[in-house]
Design a protein around this ligand. Sequence first.
Ligand code: A3P
Length: 290
Amino acid sequence: MSVVKIPDAGGDNIRFLEVDGHLYPKDPFVVSPVDVIKGISDLPIREDDVLVCAYPKCGTHWVWEMARLLLSSDTETVIIKEKFMLEFIGNDILEKFPSPRVFNTHCLVKQLPRGVIEKKCKIIYILRNPKDMAVSFFHHHKKIKSYAYDGKWENYFPLLLDGKVDFGSFFTYLKDWAAIGTTHPDLPILTLVYEDLKEDPLPNIKKLANFLNAEKSEEFYLKVKELTNFNKMKATKGKFITLPDGSSIMYRKGEVGEWKHYFTVAQNELFDRTYKENMADCHIKFRYTL
Ligand code: A3P
């Protein structure tokens, strides 16, 4: 296992795990993280497995819970998405879960389990305004102990733009996933947008149910909306991964447009310029406010 320390622009280090040239979180809960990560491509996949795919901090917890509720109809059990995360959990555990399983991952398309491509499993892909993602990832890196990071936003910002974080550059990630319609035209993919979900969850929950062939009553959809509301999820699931003071790490603000409180005018210009340079041939329309 290779643990690397990457300095931000102010010299504060962030600690990651490096596997085959890619950076991952150095998760303290996994006994043999390198084996788990190296095993992803060969993971035995079932035809009815579903994958929730997103760059970190784009709403994976939220959408995973919606999909889980719709497919299981189980509104009682409180279970966290980390138990179904391909980078953290190996087949010895995943194989014990009954079908249909809902996995989640921050992998690039080429890193997905081969079986997902072969069996044409359903994929839910989430997009979020990358400026809010950046702010969210900053707090994530500061709060989770295994990163051992205590840097400042202004020094973190260039590091993120440079893609020197776990799961790599978000430019690479966005381009990789934007090309999936061309690279894998047969794969069933539903794209959900964080800002659309915030604006009006219900039609998106119904769209998701339709995609998963898991149509339910209006009453059930309202229940899913209620259970996946930010405050509700924070109160239930937020207790599992916390700071020493008990506050939730994964459920922070859940808002659209928080980047405006962090980005300086110069940072915003640099971001837009860097985005343009990196994404010249890739047209993704983001909503930066509601
Ligand atoms: P913020 O840090 O901006 O609050 P991921 O699940 O991919 O790690 O993304 C985490 C982000 O989604 C965090 O954003 C988190 O607060 C937000 N989030 C989690 N659950 C949510 C929900 N039910 N509704 C809205 N946002 C949610």
